[in-house]
Design a protein around this ligand. Sequence first.
Ligand code: KG4
Ligand code: ZN
Length: 338
Amino acid sequence: SQNIYILGIESSCDDTAAAVIHNGKILSNVIASQKIHEDYGGVVPELASRAHQQNIVPVVDQALKKAGITKSQLHAVAFTRGPGLMGSLLVGTSFAKSLAYGLDLPLIDVNHMQAHILAHFIEEDGYNKPPFPFLAMTISGGHTQIVKVNDYFNMTVIGETIDDAVGEAYDKSGKILGLGYPAGPEIDKRARLGNPKAFKFTKPKVADLNFSFSGLKTAILYFIQRETKANPNFITENLNDICASIQYTIIGILMDKLKLASKQTGIKHIAIGGGVSANSGIREALKNGEQKFGWTTYVPKFEFTTDNAAMIAIVGYLKYLKGEYAPFDVTATARLKI
Ligand code: KG4
Ligand code: ZN
């Protein structure tokens, strides 16, 4: 039988990551998260590329060590071609090219958004992979999409955000509330302690399966400004209820579109990915969907849902099996489509 080792490299945003996959099983999954952006309340592209430059060799080195293999055992090098921040993508792309060139290995380009979805095909004991066709909702700080997945490399985006990503809605709300960055995890934690119906935020009216989150952010901003004018301690006195109400609204928006997508396509296998899929409320809402709508839902291990290189490695493996390699003049593409 085959014995294929592939290195995956991810550098599309603010995480420098490398992973080794062996026949579909992850042997190592290393991430250097860039703390530097916390001080700025968001990712600063220029700082991100510099940090990638510093991190990439040590991260790849560690991934190989943890996998217990050497460079010479690799069969291919897979990397994120896009979408993402150009300066960040360039670091991973150039590094992957040089490594593959130096080792005389095939180079495999990976679409980051496809990778978030194909992360569901990483071999994991006890994890059931979704059958085709299924719906995948990718929710993170950089993306919000509903994708109809017909096959590994045959997918159609059937809905997406027309402005902010859902993670941005969390992070920007958190900023208004004076919480640290990224605020998603803390809002989630506080939401569990608060009353989701304490305050009402209207859901945006967006056509079809598309999303919009920028109006919600503005509504929250005006609401907080108004309330703190009347009571300067409004935020501290009501923080858990505010967080619960924001979370309730966001989950309502996501679930409305997911339900509609399932109804329109007739597909009841629903997968999620991206950093926001760690959210306890969305996980609960999905689980409820199993009883309520007869869904089967798929939520991978957390380390495979946030930005990571294991998902790049699995796509590398799937493409390797098909002999789909990239030419060496391939370029990073910031706005790569699925
Ligand atoms: O996938 P990810 O690590 O990076 C990209 O943005 O691609 O996602 C990060 C996003 C941030 O916006 C963060 O606030 C959000 O995921 N997030 C959460 C939770 N954990 C992370 N949002 C809501 N609830 C959570 N538990
Ligand atoms: Zn991502």
